[in-house]
Design a protein around this ligand. Structure first.
Ligand code: FMN
Length: 189
């Protein structure tokens, strides 16, 4: 049976990271069945930041689910997956996850990952972070989610925004053992 990974896209800044992640999965891990769900905010930021319509993102995934389709396969714990990444993850979606308020499919799929003790990676993005955001992120971490903010790194000497995005996405995918080689710090003596 194919391994399945759920990719949630919410309305934080960083839609290009979702595009890059789906491309890397399609090109480097065609064996992984990707299940994409995009919130309304996610569709808006995709248009604003990438000039892309949802239909153009859908084709990068194996399966696309409407965010209102709460009866979809990924809404049930009996549907096996390796977990879920929310990229980018808004503070509203973090709040929904930590409170169990699953009023769209993205939130329900994340809720399922927590209850089934599956990997849940949140690429949480906001700046500056309020005390409410920090409190919710801390709670998400305590509940078992892995918080992977899209932080820049300079030790790999990125030359372009695209290179930075590729590096960030490989760090995200490494959480699922899918990051590949060539981005890790090898140490310096
Ligand atoms: C261009 C744009 C950028 C945004 N960036 C962020 C952000 O970085 N972080 C965040 O938490 N919300 C951000 N928002 C606000 C969210 O989109 C908004 O709170 C939305 O209701 C989130 O809903 P969702 O989590 O269901 O997608 C942004 C909105 C827009 C239009």
């Amino acid at each position: 049976m194919a391994e399945r990974l759920i990719v949630g896209v919410s309305g934080a800044s960083g839609a290009p990271l979702a595009v890059e992640l789906l491309r890397q999965l399609r090109d480097s891990h065609p064996e992984i069945e990707t299940h994409l769900v995009v919130s309304r905010g996610g569709a808006l930021t995709l248009r604003l930041e990438c000039g892309m319509e949802l239909d153009e993102l859908k084709v990068l995934a194996s399966v696309f689910h409407e965010s209102g389709a709460i009866g979809a396969s990924i809404a049930s714990g009996s549907f096996p997956t390796m977990g879920m990444v929310v990229v980018p993850c808004s503070m509203k979606t973090v709040a929904g996850i930590v409170s169990g308020y699953s009023d769209n499919l993205l939130l329900r799929a994340a809720d399922v990952c927590l209850k089934e003790r599956r990997k849940l990676v949140l690429v949480a993005r906001e700046s500056p972070l309020s005390t409410v955001h920090l409190r919710n992120l801390c709670e998400a971490s305590q509940l078992g989610a892995v918080i992977v903010p899209p932080m820049l790194a300079y030790y790999n000497h990125p030359g372009t925004v695209g290179e930075m995005a590729r590096y960030i996405v490989r760090r995200i995918l490494s959480q699922f053992g899918l990051g590949g080689d060539g981005y890790q710090w090898e140490g310096m003596e």
